[in-house]
Design a protein around this ligand. Structure first.
Ligand code: ADP
Ligand code: MG
Length: 321
């Protein structure tokens, strides 16, 4: 078993994954775990589809961070706000309102030019990390609910892309420190959330390969979410099979009603589901040379802070915290 690195010792953790696998749940759980260990955490929602505060039973947030749980602040990435903040800090424009037409023009650029939206996202994230390293912001950890697997390379590679495009002047200076911060394994890690299913495993394998080839950002963990528990042992399975014999089902039907044989079908389904998922897990383990962390399927109906806490607890155990 490859040891899990000390995830919470970094300052900047990105989480990606195929949509729906539990990326936001795991990002929220990581933040909660860190907060319960005394860290001050900023969670940045950088996935358009997200509603991260839901995982803390809080109302949606804007660009200004808001505390949604003791020690956990959440902000939603808005590229226009990020641009305005950048201009205010760097151009020292005295009256923000005077910026009107310029900001509108730049907003157009921000949404139209490739890489600009991404640089405003990752730039803001890096800026918060740098501010906290230099003691001007309070965060011990910045957790990013980042773009899904299909878009994460573009999101994280924006500073380097722009750096290569513009080789001189202010822009170059503005991206150099970002690239440095993003590529430092003591500071940053890109983590991938997956489930033991065909497509999420495929996308994870492909993403890890691409990230290694194309990104300077160090990879952290693969978090396999919704792993089914082993409900039954081999002898249990043999008992189930014996109970499926005609003489046995006849007695079961008579004694316990027709539902009894459906329970046997369900048990068989649970066994075969788990078995196919185990096969995907082995495929993932073989293809990806990263530490794997397993998070169980939680059989609960709600999606609030209780689930986040349960996932955080499992994560803490897996990380040996
Ligand atoms: N370990 C788990 N067990 C059961 N349900 C889970 C687990 N992790 C996440 N979920 C549920 O799966 C759904 C998708 O999770 P979410 O974190 O929103 O995914 P993503 O951000 O990847 O789209 C949510 O309803 C969430 O509560
Ligand atoms: Mg999400």
């Amino acid at each position: 078993m490859r040891p899990a690195p000390d995830l919470l010792a970094r300052r900047l953790l990105f989480f990606t994954g195929k949509g729906g696998v539990g990326k936001s749940t795991v990002a929220a759980a990581t933040a909660l775990l860190a907060a319960e260990r005394g860290q001050r955490v900023l969670v940045v929602e950088a996935d358009d589809k997200g509603n991260l505060p839901r995982h803390f039973e809080a109302a949606p947030v804007g660009f200004q961070p808001r505390e949604v749980y003791p020690g956990v602040h959440v902000m939603a990435m808005r590229t226009e706000d990020s641009l305005k903040e950048y201009l205010r800090l760097n151009l020292r424009v005295p009256v923000l309102s005077r910026l009107g037409p310029l900001a509108r023009a730049l907003e157009f650029v921000a949404t139209a030019a490739p890489g600009v939206k991404e640089i405003l996202t990752v730039g803001k994230v890096c800026w918060e990390v740098r501010e906290s390293i230099e003691g001007r912001a309070d965060w011990d950890l910045v957790v990013v609910d980042a773009a899904a697997t299909g878009h994460i390379i573009g999101q994280l590679d924006a500073p380097r892309g722009i750096k290569e495009l513009v080789s001189v002047g202010m822009v170059r200076q503005q991206t150099d420190w970002m690239v440095e911060l993003l590529s430092d394994p003591a500071i940053t890690a890109l983590n991938v959330v997956a489930t033991p299913e065909e497509m999420p495993v495929q996308e994870t394998i492909e993403l890890v390969e691409r990230a290694k080839a194309e990104l300077a950002v160090p990879l952290g963990l693969v978090l396999v979410n919704r792993v089914l528990p082993e409900l039954f042992t081999r002898p249990d399975e043999e008992t189930f099979e014996a109970l499926r014999e005609p003489e046995a089902t006849k007695i079961l039907d008579e004694q316990a009603g027709p539902g009894a044989t459906s329970v046997l079908e369900a048990a068989r389904l649970a066994v075969s589901l788990r078995r196919t998922r185990v096969a995907y897990l082995s495929e993932l383990r073989e293809a990806v040379e990263l530490p794997l962390v397993y998070l169980p399927y939680l059989f609960v109906r709600d999606q609030g802070v209780r689930v986040t806490k349960m996932v955080a607890e499992e994560l803490g155990q897996e990380l040996g915290l």
